[in-house]
Design a protein around this ligand. Structure first.
Ligand code: SF4
Length: 343
């Protein structure tokens, strides 16, 4: 059973304590074994201990920084949503393939933002530019807010905020399962939870400190019963010995656990094949020198990425095989589901 995340140290940027949420987080840690530090953002890197790459990485993952979000202009987030914004950057898990590694420092600490009202104002501004069109917002592209929801409660506030908005939808994705505090919220069906799932091989070998597959499916089932639209992100899909048997097992398990759960809207699936950049490969090999992650460039093809970098993806023939195989499994087990994209 997944234990709620508890950092070794929490660092408050002084301004964060001017906000009620900053104070609430401070109260949460007072009297606990977590070290409380007040420091400016510039000093954070020198406060987090570690002299080797492994130590710096581990210390970063056990550090929570409480701060404010300065830039409130949101990036476009295709194909999953119109825009992305963050309540949290980073997460306490250690997935060997994590796509965030190249955007983080060598001490990948978690950051949580306490100026929620300013973030909400910015969301309203972004909606007002879309006219009558429904605007979708992804909240988990730079981190997993559910991982520290027991500390912040900020995802709950955001879900209820979206519950009041006619023209907007919130999208959350997670590998964690502590959803109980979200079940009774007034979400009005405007937040779609997508649970990240994968084959047993991928979860057991590469997704450390995350909820187990069973825990994630149980969380999805609770959310569906609570009236949330739900979906699944199958990512990163990998080809290895017996990959077809493993993904079949995954969808059979999902079907057995979800068959009797009635969802308000069609269940969605997003399918993302494994990819890596040369920069990510370098970081992964430093952090996980014994990794069995397949990053053999000779078995991949280069694709131009939206961040101005090439990434290695499966050759077209393999990608088509992945797409067709998973599409057939979904069609067989979840005929009413909607596949939103394969990339
Ligand atoms: Fe990265 Fe997501 Fe894994 Fe966290 S849960 S380490 S953000 S892939």
């Amino acid at each position: 059973m997944m234990k709620p995340f508890s950092p070794d140290r929490v660092i408050f940027e002084p301004r964060s304590l001017d906000y009620p949420l900053g104070q609430k987080i401070h109260d949460y840690f007072e009297g606990t074994s977590t070290e409380i530090i007040k420091a400016s953002i510039k000093k954070i890197s020198s406060i987090i201990p570690g002299s080797t790459e492994g130590q710096r990485y581990a210390s970063g993952k056990k550090t929570l920084v409480v701060t404010t979000k300065k830039s409130l202009k949101f990036d476009v987030c295709k194909p999953s949503a119109d825009f992305e914004f963050s309540l949290v950057n980073g997460c306490p898990a250690s997935c060997e393939y994590c796509y965030l590694y190249t955007t983080q420092s060598s001490k990948p600490y978690l950051r949580t933002y306490v100026n929620l009202d300013e973030i909400f104002d910015s969301i309203k501004k972004h909606i007002s530019h879309s006219g009558d069109r429904l605007t979708t917002f992804e909240v988990a592209s730079a981190g997993d807010p559910l991982a520290i929801e027991h500390i912040t409660g900020s995802l709950a506030r955001t879900i209820e905020f979206f519950g009041t908005l006619d023209k907007a939808r919130l999208r959350v994705v997670t590998k964690f399962n502590n959803v109980d505090s979200l079940l009774g919220l007034k979400h009005n069906g405007r937040t779609r939870f997508r649970v990240s799932i994968n084959s047993r091989y991928v979860i057991e070998n590469f997704e450390h400190n995350t909820a187990s597959l069973d825990e994630r499916i149980e969380a999805a089932s609770k959310l569906a019963v609570a009236g949330y639209p739900i979906g699944f992100i199958v990512a990163p899909i990998m080809i290895y010995d017996r990959w077809k048997e493993d993904y079949l097992e995954l969808f059979e398990k999902l079907w057995i656990r979800l068959d009797r759960v009635k969802s308000t809207e069609p269940v969605t699936f997003e399918l993302i094949q494994h990819r890596f950049t040369p920069a990510a490969k370098k970081v992964i090999l430093e952090r996980f020198p014994n990794t069995s992650l397949d990053m053999d460039e000779s078995k991949r093809t280069l694709k131009w990425g939206k961040f101005g970098r090439y990434k290695y993806v499966y050759p077209r023939k393999d990608a088509v095989e992945i797409r067709e195989y998973l599409t057939s499994l979904i069609g067989e087990k979840f005929p009413d589901a909607r596949i939103e994209y394969f990339t």
